[in-house]
Design a protein around this ligand. Structure first.
Ligand code: SF4
Ligand code: SF4
Length: 415
């Protein structure tokens, strides 16, 4: 039973995972840190138990070589119960790493979940759709020449529109050799328009990537494919000779850029700065390269720290500096920064329609946090968080609006 899972996870069991398995002292400090467990009370959602369960299956304690024992277990449905529990333990987790903050040894459940998801997918357990989107991101590099012309034409149309609406000399350069910054967007013009305005105001020497920053293979723990998808961007950066790669408001993508590119690409990425647009735009403001009309937004608003930008990348103060520059009534969520509750939409769960019900349950602590602030707007810097917060707004009747931080800065620009 679960033989492909066991074979695969054994191969992927790294030294840090071994360390986790060996030194967890079952102190229980992580239990109430997990928003899934807080709302469900399901032991499969306890961070330390996720590891215990994986260990039990790996060590074959669920099934053994004795055919009679196994027949009894099968007859009583133990195997399918264990598989279902393992599925909840590995897939009903957003990889937010809040549990690691509470653990005295900083044991990282997200690391286990990454290996566990990939191994479960070898058994056909879990949302295959996320893996398929990841495969499409890997193959995009192979067909980029076929779609490049269409993409450049679309960008020209967008540029012409923004020249009419915003500034006649605004440019959206694509494939510009020697530009300082390569901006890698998300799918959709909403991830290009505000940045094009801010880059214009800051007189940045930039160019738009042919690729997008999202990396669904990362969600399913397929690190070979995650690296392949990101490699197209590194090759593009080197071909164009840029000095920096800037990633959009996207949590998991930013985490790959800031925490994984160095180990994935080594010397190939040396000398190329890696930065989130949140950091970049905050640096423009701090250096006086852009000016904003202070107090542009006179509504009570709060900021949701996306786990992958905040807790997992340390980007806490830059969004707050930008918000304070454009808003009159900024209210903190409690708790915030590294202790912030995950919204429940990370870890690829947004991309799997079958996860909607558990997403809404897991988002309850976040919904309660928001309600307590009395804020009318919730500002954030991650695409998945925006979608999840929008769904939570409907589900819990919060009566709020969800805003992107760079959108607000672009709207408040003083040219
Ligand atoms: S990473 Fe987040 S969702 Fe996963 S077990 Fe830890 S606290 Fe729960
Ligand atoms: S807090 Fe750390 S050591 Fe304690 S039970 Fe959780 S994972 Fe184990």
């Amino acid at each position: 039973m679960l033989t492909r899972f066991v074979d695969t996870i054994r191969q992927r069991f790294s030294r840090p995972l071994q360390y986790y398995q060996d030194i967890c002292v079952r102190c229980g400090a992580c239990i109430d840190a997990c928003h899934f467990y807080v709302v469900s009370g399901d032991p499969a959602h306890i961070p330390a138990y996720r590891m215990t369960l994986a260990k039990k299956v790996m060590q074959g304690r669920v099934s053994d070589g004795n055919r009679l024992h196994n027949w009894y277990r099968e007859a009583w449905g133990q195997e399918s119960r264990t598989a279902a529990e393992l599925e909840r333990a590995m897939w009903e987790c957003t990889g937010c790493r809040r549990c690691a903050v509470f653990c005295p040894f900083a044991l990282d459940t997200a690391l286990l979940v990454s290996a566990g998801r990939y191994s479960l997918l070898q058994e056909g357990i879990g949302p295959q759709m996320i893996a398929e989107i990841g495969n499409a991101e890997v193959s995009k590099g192979e067909i980029i020449e076929m779609i490049q012309e269409f993409y450049v034409d679309q960008t020209k149309e967008l540029e012409a529109r923004l020249q009419k609406e915003f500034a006649p000399d605004l440019r959206i350069p694509v494939e510009k050799e020697g530009a300082r910054v390569l901006y890698v967007p998300l799918v959709g013009e909403h991830a290009i328009v505000p940045l094009a305005k801010v880059f214009h105001a800051a007189q940045e020497d930039w160019t738009l990537s042919l690729f997008t920053a999202t990396n669904h293979s990362f969600f399913v723990g397929d690190m070979d494919k995650a690296r392949q998808a990101a490699h197209w961007i590194v090759q593009e950066a080197r071909r164009l000779g840029v000095k920096a790669i800037a990633y959009p408001e996207c949590g998991h993508a930013t985490r790959t850029l800031l925490s994984f590119f160095e180990s994935w690409f080594g010397d190939e990425i040396a000398g190329i700065e890696r930065i989130s647009v949140v950091q970049l735009v905050a640096s423009y403001l701090a250096e006086g390269r852009i000016r904003v009309k202070s107090g542009t937004f006179d509504v009570p608003l709060t900021y949701h720290d996306p786990c992958n930008l905040g807790r997992n990348s340390g980007i806490f103060e830059e969004p707050r500096a930008l918000l304070r520059a454009v808003a009159t009534d900024f209210r903190e969520l409690t708790p915030n920064r590294e202790l912030n509750w995950c919204c429940g939409g990370g870890g690829g769960l947004i991309a799997a329609p079958e996860m909607k019900e558990i997403r809404m349950k897991a988002g309850r602590p976040k919904a309660e946090q928001i309600r307590q602030t009395g804020a009318q707007w919730v500002v954030t810097t991650c695409e998945n968080c925006k979608t999840q917060l929008g769904d939570l707004n409907e589900h819990y009747g919060l009566g709020i609006e969800i805003k992107g931080l760079v959108d607000l800065v672009a709207e408040a620009l003083a040219l």
